[in-house]
Design a protein around this ligand. Structure first.
Ligand code: FA5
Length: 347
């Protein structure tokens, strides 16, 4: 038994000299002083030994226990000191250079559509228009009927529609296909003079291509007063085009048909990508249509209790995305809403 104790002692001293941190020291303590350690087992078994042997083993075992306890205490102190010293060296070695520039925080930015929308609204506000907004989920009445497009009117084909629960037999509802329903909503709640622009999302159930999306933005314009003429319409839109695109851009008006205006026109700008010679963006025509417009139809005025003998007005509806496409030579509208940061970061 005494030999066993000598063996335990030599093994413990050996291991002690190789410990490098407090965690290892704690493991050592458990190994040699813990409840399941060999030494504790020997101390517990003393009672079963013959008297002479018990005396000798008890003295040696208790001495060893005291030795282990002292060694543990002393090593704990020195390891603690060593840890602090190491930490101090590390901290001193790793000086912080407070003059280094900070890491840049990536900043978000406004979507190109939002930027253009604000720019255009600012131009119209400077021309005396007020900005209003309306619902994207709309009644058939405002989107079509009140705009002279009753059920079964062939003009419904111009606006491929996302219907909401069309089968239910209730009042038909849809995602607005244009911002023109706001003409009716605005006139219903105000008396002339009216001068508003209405920016917002519109939806069309149609296949997409380089110039067509199924969700895009429009800006509607409406001006109604006594003596408002077609010249006012042209003058306003010329002025708008000049302020947005610069003096050198060409503007073209051509007859067009919209059931809610009479006469109706479309306005196009000469293509900035090809300079008018024809490319993918302008489908080879050299012109890009950016808006539809016209004089508000007398029946539309009557529907909102405006007397067409007293009041006349003009309206226009502008496709928003086509404008940054023209200005920055973007040749595919689908880039706007495909969330590709490489595209969006350029604006
Ligand atoms: C209309 O939506 C009429 N409400 C415009 C209007 C308003 C006429 C007031 C008269 C008076 P149109 O369907 O042509 O018209 O669309 C107007 C503009 O929206 C177009 O000139 C074009 O620039 C844009 N646009 C039309 N369809 C799409 C599409 N699928 N994707 C992107 N832009 C489109």
């Amino acid at each position: 038994m005494l030999e066993k104790l000598a063996e335990i002692k030599s093994k413990a001293i050996d291991e002690l000299s190789n410990l490098s941190d407090l965690r290892e020291l704690e493991a050592w303590r458990v190994r040699y002083l813990g409840k399941k350690s060999e030494l504790t087992q020997i101390l517990r078994g003393l009672a079963s030994l013959p008297l002479e042997e018990r005396k000798a083993v008890s003295a040696s075992a208790n001495e060893l226990k005291a030795f282990f306890e002292t060694s543990h205490r002393e090593n704990k102190e020195s390891l603690k000191e060593r840890t602090y010293r190491d930490l101090e060296t590390t901290v001193k070695g790793e000086k912080i250079d407070v003059t280094l520039p900070g890491r840049p925080i990536p900043l978000g930015r406004l979507h190109p559509t939002t930027q253009m929308l604000r720019k255009i609204c600012d131009i119209f506000v400077a021309l005396g228009f007020q900005v209003v907004e309306g619902p994207e989920v709309e009644w058939d009445y405002y989107n079509f009927e009140a705009l002279n497009i009753p059920p079964d009117h062939p003009a419904r084909d111009m606006f491929a529609t996302f219907w909401i629960d069309a089968e239910s037999g209730q009042r038909p509802m849809l995602l607005r296909t244009h911002t023109s329903p706001m003409q009716i909503r605005v006139m219903e709640r105000t008396r002339p003079p009216v001068r508003v622009v209405v920016p917002g999302k519109v939806y069309r159930y149609e296949a997409t291509d380089a110039t067509h999306e199924s969700m895009f933005y429009q800006i509607e314009g409406l001006a109604v007063d006594e003596h408002t003429t077609f010249s006012d319409l042209k003058g306003t839109l010329y002025e708008f085009a000049k302020r947005l695109f610069g003096e050198e851009r060409q503007v073209r008006f051509r007859c067009d048909y919209f059931p809610f205006v009479e006469p109706g026109v479309e306005m196009a700008i000469d293509c900035m990508v090809c300079g008018g010679s024809g490319c993918r963006l302008c489908s080879g025509t050299g012109w890009i249509e950016i808006l539809g417009a016209g004089m508000v139809h007398p029946d539309v005025l009557r529907r909102v209790d405006y007397d067409p003998e007293v009041y006349t007005g003009f309206a226009f509806g502008l496709g928003l995305e086509r404008i940054p496409m023209l200005m920055y030579g973007i040749d595919d509208i689908r880039l706007f809403y495909s969330n590709d940061l490489r595209f969006l970061r350029q604006f």
